[in-house]
Design a protein around this ligand. Structure first.
Ligand code: FAD
Length: 171
């Protein structure tokens, strides 16, 4: 799943990504696969190509822009972990099968294609555990930690997943 034509500045040559910018399957920059810092650099370089005028004073980024890879990721993890937190302790077979279907569809539709590709790899190696709330919460924590490791972020202590996402921290 890559970017649409409207995501990319017209001046960007398909197939050539500036540093840090991830291309979509169409060869154009993929905003939901790229950090806002790298996207800003891309925008700056494309506007420099348009009109080489005196640099304008830096503007604070508006808060209602389309999400970059980080904002999308944070919101998505919030949804996924909250789904785990509200999943039944003893789900029916139907609920278990719905959750397996959801994870499979999610892994194909997530709008950062590089993220989705790696996530599908994880799902193939470590099939979703859906027999109980704790099983799914721990599985999801492992999935999130896999991404944390890849990005060089601290690994989360999975014994604390419920405190973080369901009960709140113990005093
Ligand atoms: P996030 O990682 O978004 O975490 C949000 C909060 O979750 C943290 O503050 C912490 O309290 C809690 N948390 C952290 N780890 C765990 C855990 N293991 N279990 C439970 N709770 C936890 N970004 C990329 O640049 N490249 C990728 O390939 C990529 N793949 C992704 C794949 C998926 C399926 C998703 C949902 C996101 C992906 N992201 C990827 C985004 C990335 O994971 C982060 O969301 C993003 O970098 C913002 O990070 P953050 O530091 O704000 O915290």
């Amino acid at each position: 799943i890559g970017a649409t034509a409207t995501d990319a500045p017209a001046e960007t040559q398909p197939g050539k990504a500036p540093k840090g910018v991830v291309l979509g399957k169409d060869g154009k920059p993929c905003r939901t696969c790229t950090s806002s810092a790298d996207w800003k650099e891309l925008m700056k370089s494309s506007s420099r190509m348009k009109k080489p005028v005196a640099a304008a004073a830096p503007q604070p980024a508006p808060s209602d822009c389309p999400p970059d890879v980080e904002a999308l990721g944070r919101s998505t993890w919030t949804l996924l972990h909250t789904m785990a937190a509200t999943y039944p302790e003893a789900p029916t077979r139907g609920q278990q099968s719905d959750l397996v279907s959801f994870v499979g569809l999610f892994s194909r539709l997530y709008p950062c294609w590089v993220c989705a590709e790696d996530f599908r790899g994880y799902v193939a190696r470590e099939p979703p555990q859906v027999a109980s709330r704790d099983d799914f919460g721990m599985w999801l924590c492992g999935a999130h930690n896999e991404v944390n490791r890849k990005l060089g972020k601290p690994v989360f202590d999975c014994s604390k997943w419920e405190e973080r996402w369901r009960t709140g921290w113990k005093d």
